[in-house]
Design a protein around this ligand. Structure first.
Ligand code: IVH
Length: 762
């Protein structure tokens, strides 16, 4: 029986190697499966014969909480790069100088574009695998690496060395990568950028069962620590690695001198796209490993090797048309539709143009002949226009004024390069809106993250965030979700959590719901300010207050224009001047009514030091007020309000913050002058904390002037002139404590000291 078990393990390992390492399988899937099942059955019957390197033990254990750290000894170095043949000559000159009396040769092999890693075998058994990390310390990814079938769990071929650490690269073939991305896209997930990213992302998975589904491969080409084994040459090392059952670089050349190296580098470049994986250069290593110590290394890389990087490939083609894609945040991305061209082994028919600025910068026009590059990654880009090939028939691209997905408006926000669709109902933006709706400062539905938002949208279950309320728990439960970290899985238990959080959210206050609504320009603070000024959600829809905010802003702008003293529009005749003056007064009057109303309601402060428009600082920003009014007036906003009503959700205004209502100094404005017992900042903070406001200069709006004993000058005089109450520090203390201050007599005329010793705060 035990013999049979041994036989099965060896046989399966042999077939694994034939299939995964040597790509020359001897048996079909069905026969292989039969062997595998027989082994599984025997192991179940005889748990005492369990072995860690049995082929049945590749995927074991549940997800990890985190990766342990592994220190590399010796460190995992990188390679110095050369980009031209001259660099190779310099490399050779250096080697000759170091080793004048030696004979050496070089090995050239492909530079595989993957993720560097290391494998430790103790007594022939794989005991640890680690990522390169920063070269000194990496992650322990043993459980993940065991799932890679081309990596032997125990070394083949004869008695193993006591310890050997082998190093190489984990990668994905282009075909494996494409299949993985197809799977990702079908599951509604964002595809990986390129095979390297997909490999790195896969190795970072905490659940080895997920890793087992990823098409990972590994090639080994170096060693770390070793005991009980010696490799005098690199060629010998590669041979030994192959004997142990590893995949080694699929192309190797032993070169007698640097000229042969150059020829090999060219030969490899020509073959570049015939390899099934991405390769970004050639690696040139001195063959004789016994000379490595004498050649030494820099802090980062050995002096006995170089990487020769190949130039990204270019192809010339023509832009047939420019189309526009709408991303999840509503960003419009122009895409060049190309005459298909072969580049780096694949046909390219599209390339991103990023944004309108980029198109203008490169002066790219529809019909242009362009150079397309593919620099190691999968996304091709337009490098430049072949301007000398212009015929005059090229057309300049203009960003559409309407969103190509929903027909909604398109704007370009200040300071952004991107054009965005502003329609809140745009289907392209739904995932983002859902995430925003569920975010912490909105309704805080924690179980509803990116993955479930994507799944809900992909499955057509929601068209606006409020549709979440129509979902049943069983519907949510059976939903398949996933992301790069967790892989595809049933939403299951989280469904109830989402449903509970949605129910709890009904009780949240207006500020949270307003923020959750996702109106442009309405952030957390603005939402709070608007919410404090409205009774409930339904009061927002046609809010007179928000209209007044907009009106005040318009009036202040108008006032600036008609201001008789404005330099913008000098008036010519007396009559004209008179009319403008009257107009100005009228506008100022209206501004005062609205503005003072706001100040009284605690929604605005007067700008210190001015009594001319614009003189009010309103807590609700005009852009936010406009956007809110626009939202509720839009079809989407109307439908949204109706739906809120149907759901019986009408969130109420939050309690005013303590400082704003029953604070001792609520509604009072202070000016400080003279020397006080503590810096003015201290008093300023205390006044603010007690609900009071501050100003730089005394005005009609000033309630108290707090004067130090040495106070004098303009503030004091103005306060006296206006009849403002003047108090001392003790009186301020009394006020801060909630009492009433005695009105004090102004101090006798002090020496004119000025306020320059003190930092101006108010
Ligand atoms: S030798 C001490 N050989 O390139 C250096 N590296 O830039 C040992 N790489 O981190 C590396 N193919 O991830 C070597 N055939 C190859 C390689 C190779 C790819 C990667 C490796 C290394 C990086 C250096």
């Amino acid at each position: 029986m035990f013999n049979r078990l041994e036989f099965l393990r060896n046989e399966i390992n042999r077939h694994d190697r034939l299939y995964y390492v040597e790509a020359r399988p001897e048996i079909g899937d069905a026969d292989y499966d039969a062997l595998y099942r027989e082994l599984e059955a025997l192991e179940r019957e005889h748990p005492e014969w369990a072995a860690p390197d049995s082929p049945t033990q590749r995927v074991g254990g549940g997800p990890l909480a985190a990766f342990r750290q592994v220190r590399h000894a010796p460190p995992m170095m990188s390679l110095d790069k050369v980009h031209a043949k001259g660099g190779l000559l310099e490399f050779d000159t250096f080697v000759r100088k170091q080793l004048p009396e030696e004979v050496w040769d070089y090995v050239v092999e492909p530079k595989v574009d993957g993720v560097a890693f290391s494998l430790l075998y103790e007594g022939g058994l794989l005991t640890r695998a680690a990522t390169r990390g920063n070269g000194e310390v990496g992650d322990d990814i043993t459980a993940n690496v065991r799932t890679i079938r081309s990596i032997p769990l125990s070394l083949a071929g004869g008695p193993p060395p006591e310890v050997v650490e082998v190093r190489g690269e984990v990668y994905m073939t282009r075909a494996g990568f494409a299949a993985l991305n197809r799977r990702e896209e079908e599951a509604g997930r964002e595809p990986f950028m390129n095979p390297r990213n997909a490999t790195a992302g896969s190795l970072k998975q905490l659940d080895p069962r997920e890793v087992a589904t990823r098409p990972l491969e590994a090639v080994l080409y170096a060693t770390g620590a070793a005991r009980g084994v010696d490799f005098p040459t690199h060629g010998g090392l590669l041979q030994r690695l192959a004997d142990w059952g590893f995949k080694t670089p699929p192309w190797q050349r032993l070169c007698v001198d640097i000229r042969a190296v150059m020829a090999a580098v060219d030969e490899l470049e020509a073959l570049r796209h015939s390899f099934p994986f991405e390769m970004d250069g050639a690696v040139i290593k001195v063959n004789r490993r016994d000379l490595y110590d004498r050649l030494g290394s820099t802090a980062k890389s050995p002096r006995w090797a170089r990487a020769f990087k190949y130039e990204p490939e270019r192809a010339l083609t023509r832009i047939r048309e420019v189309t526009v894609q709408v991303g999840r945040t509503g960003v419009l991305t122009p895409v060049a539709e190309l005459e298909p061209v072969l580049l780096a082994g694949s046909e390219i028919a599209r390339a991103t143009l990023h944004n309108a600025d980029e198109i203008a910068r490169k002066d790219i026009r529809i019909g242009d002949a362009v150079w397309v590059v593919k620099a190691g990654d999968v996304i091709p880009a337009i490098e430049s226009v072949a301007a000398d090939r212009r015929t005059g028939g090229e057309r300049v691209f203009v960003m559409p004024a309407a969103c190509p997905v929903c027909g909604g408006g398109v704007t370009r926000l200040e300071g952004e390069v991107a054009h965005r669709c502003v329609n809140p109902a745009c289907p392209a933006q739904l995932v983002n809106r859902l995430e925003h709706f569920a975010s912490r400062n909105a309704l805080d539905i924690r179980a509803l993250g990116e993955a479930i938002a994507e799944a809900l949208v992909a499955q057509g279950k929601v068209r606006t965030p409020l549709d979440l309320y129509a979902l049943t728990v069983p519907q949510l439960e059976t939903m398949m979700t996933g992301d790069a970290e967790t892989g595809l899985r049933k939403f299951g238990k989280n469904a109830q959590t989402v449903a509970d959080a949605l129910e709890a959210a009904r009780a949240l206050t207006l500020d949270r719901w307003l923020f959750a609504t996702g109106i442009p320009n309405v952030g957390v603070t603005v939402a709070e300010n608007i919410a404090l000024a409205h009774a409930d959600y339904s009061a927002l829809a046609d809010s007179p207050l928000l209209r007044q905010v907009v009106r005040l802003d318009a009036l202040e702008k108008e006032a600036e224009l008609v201001n008789p003293r404005s330099r913008n529009r000098p008036s010519h005749t007396d009559e004209e001047r008179q009319t403008r003056h009257e107009q100005y007064l009228r506008i100022c009057g209206e501004i005062g009514v609205i503005g003072d109303g706001f100040v009284g309601a605690g929604l605005a402060r007067k700008k210190p030091g001015t009594s001319l428009p614009p003189e009010y600082i309103v807590d609700i920003k005009v852009e936010a007020a406009k956007a809110t009014l626009e939202f509720f007036a839009s079809d989407y906003g109307k439908a949204w309000t109706t739906r809120m009503g149907e759901l019986g959700i009408n969130p109420r205004s939050p309690e005013r913050r303590a400082v704003a209502t029953d604070a001792p100094l609520a509604g009072m404005t202070f000016v400080l002058t003279g020397t006080l017992s503590q810096p003015r900042t201290v008093f300023a903070e205390r006044i603010a904390a007690a609900g009071g406001g501050g100003q730089d200069t005394v005005s009609k709006a000033t309630r108290y002037l707090v004067a130090g004993p040495d106070a004098g000058g303009s503030k004091l005089n103005k306060a006296k002139g206006l009849g403002t109450e003047i108090i001392d520090e003790a009186a301020l203390e009394a006020l801060l404590g909630g009492g009433t201050p005695p009105r004090i007599t102004p101090p006798p005329a002090p020496p004119p000291k000025g306020d320059y010793q003190q930092q101006e705060l108010f």
